[in-house]
Design a protein around this ligand. Structure first.
Ligand code: HEC
Ligand code: HEC
Length: 409
């Protein structure tokens, strides 16, 4: 009798153990959460949308030429700065500095490039509406490449004539210094501007056409830079396959708990959503201003700039028809909410690229989470954030989750 009891007890304990074992492998995710996770998964990234403003965007020859220009330091006033000086491939196309350094010091942090072909707006303030028009900004910025377009088209003529002409138009002869002086561009520098204004309208247009095409080649290269699969994506795949034990081999309990907070209580997906974990929109999140830098109004100024940009979607250098430019035509151009609003960055690979925010205000993810926790008042405009009631260990769990968004090497 006694023996039987013991046996029954053991059996009971065993079956309870099996049941418990089973229930610990039951999915911790509701259907709604699984849907949300699927939307963040890299497998949900749609095919790269065409850029109607750049008819060369998907031409591999344009990408090959663009890649060379991207890394060619001759395209700068001192021969030392290329796009790749600040956008280093081995650093996620970023530089790890709070404020980028070109021929001078800039006011903002370098942004990563992977997946920006999906973004309707470029730069922290979205003052550009395509990758090709974006590329033309730093080339003539006095603190980045510091050169002007007459210098650049001469370099194309000297070093990339065949590749250029195989793709675009026949190059005019830019060698006559009196017709094509260096520096010359519609920029703030007085000498460059007066040289530019002294050129004939026809010559200015010929130079600008080649300059715009350089941007289109660079953009074709950038379109090939895409995010890679992360441990988070593997986790979602296991959850979608309903294989919770495989999922738990991929994530630690803290990472899983961090994901749960990210989706729910911390509501990070209000802005960091979709497979790139950005809504491609602009928000004021009360990030502090940096002492010593000029006032930065973010999207408020960027929206005005993109409307009048020389190379925007509606410009003569764009290949798009006006109906392809609806983002620009119907964008929100004014409003209180644009004041100190900055572009939501993608969170893919985020843990690999401190410092954070538009001027590198935070060095660690702990500081970032601390900011989200306290949601301080914005130095200008109004922060959209509210204080999060997350304790230290919950904040650490969210950080653990953010680290799973890094590409698998
Ligand atoms: C001096 C360093 C520096 C150089 C050189 C530089 N960039 Fe940048 N890049 C930055 C900074 C800083 C930002 C953000 C600037 C801002 O928002 O005002 C940025 C932003 C970008 C973005 C926007 C990404 C996004 O998500 O909106 C792209 C794309 C880009 N750069 C490509 C290029 C290309 C192409 C070149 C070469 C033609 C180039 N950069 C040269 C520092 C640099
Ligand atoms: C209201 C929209 C919004 C919400 C909600 C939001 N973010 Fe952000 N996030 C942004 C914007 C905008 C920036 C860039 C702000 C800036 O540079 O001024 C940003 C920046 C970041 C950065 C720095 C990325 C980089 O490359 O510099 C991290 C990390 C981050 N957010 C994580 C989170 C987490 C975690 C949550 C939830 C606790 C969250 N965000 C909630 C909009 C949001």
């Amino acid at each position: 009798m006694k023996k039987n009891f013991v046996l029954a007890g053991i059996l009971l304990a065993l079956s309870a153990g099996i049941l418990l074992g089973c229930s610990s492998q039951a999915s911790p995710w509701s259907e709604a959460e699984v849907g949300l996770m699927r939307s963040l998964w890299i497998g949900s990234l749609p095919e790269l949308p065409p850029d109607p403003s750049n008819q060369y965007g998907d031409d591999p020859r344009a990408a090959a030429l663009g890649e060379k220009i991207f890394f060619d330091t001759r395209f700068s006033v001192n021969g030392e700065v290329a796009c790749g000086t600040c956008h280093l491939p081995e650093k996620d196309f970023q530089d790890g500095l709070p404020l980028a350094q070109g021929v001078g010091a800039t006011d903002r942090r370098t942004m990563p490039i992977a997946g920006t072909a999906y973004s309707p707006w470029l730069f922290w303030d979205g003052r550009k509406d395509s990758q090709w028009s974006q590329a033309l900004g730093p080339l003539e910025s006095p603190v980045e490449h510091g050169g002007t377009r007459t210098q650049y088209v001469k370099l194309i003529q000297a070093h990339y004539k065949d590749e250029y002409e195989a793709l675009f138009n026949e190059l005019p002869d830019f060698s006559d210094e009196s017709r094509f002086p260096v520096p010359a561009a519609p920029v703030s520098d007085a000498l460059a501007l007066s040289n530019w204004e002294a050129m004939s309208a026809e010559d200015r247009e010929a130079v600008t056409l080649v300059y715009a095409n350089m941007g289109k080649a660079i953009a074709a290269f950038e379109r090939t830079i895409l995010p890679n699969e992360s441990r988070f994506d593997l986790y979602v795949e296991a959850v979608l396959a309903n294989d919770i034990s495989a999922a738990r081999d991929i994530f630690t309990p803290d990472e899983e708990a961090g994901l749960k907070l990210f989706l729910n209580d911390a509501n990070c997906t209000r802005c960091h959503n979709g497979p790139l974990l950005t809504d491609n929109d602009f928000h004021n999140t009360g990030v502090p201003a940096v002492a010593g830098l000029p006032e930065d109004t973010g999207r408020a100024r960027g929206a005005q700039q993109v409307l009048t940009d020389e190379f925007n979607c509606l410009s003569q250098y764009s290949d798009a028809s006006p109906e392809d430019c609806n983002e620009l035509r119907f964008m929100l151009a004014e409003g209180e909410e644009l004041e100190r609003a900055f572009k939501t960055p993608s969170l893919r690979d985020v843990a690999e690229r401190a410092p954070f925010m538009h001027a590198g205000q935070f060095w660690t993810l702990e500081e970032v989470l601390n900011h989200y926790h306290f949601a301080p008042a914005a130095p200008g405009g109004h922060s959209e954030l509210e204080m999060l009631h997350l304790n230290r260990s919950q904040q650490a769990q969210i950080i653990a989750f953010l680290k799973t968004l890094s590409a698998i090497q």
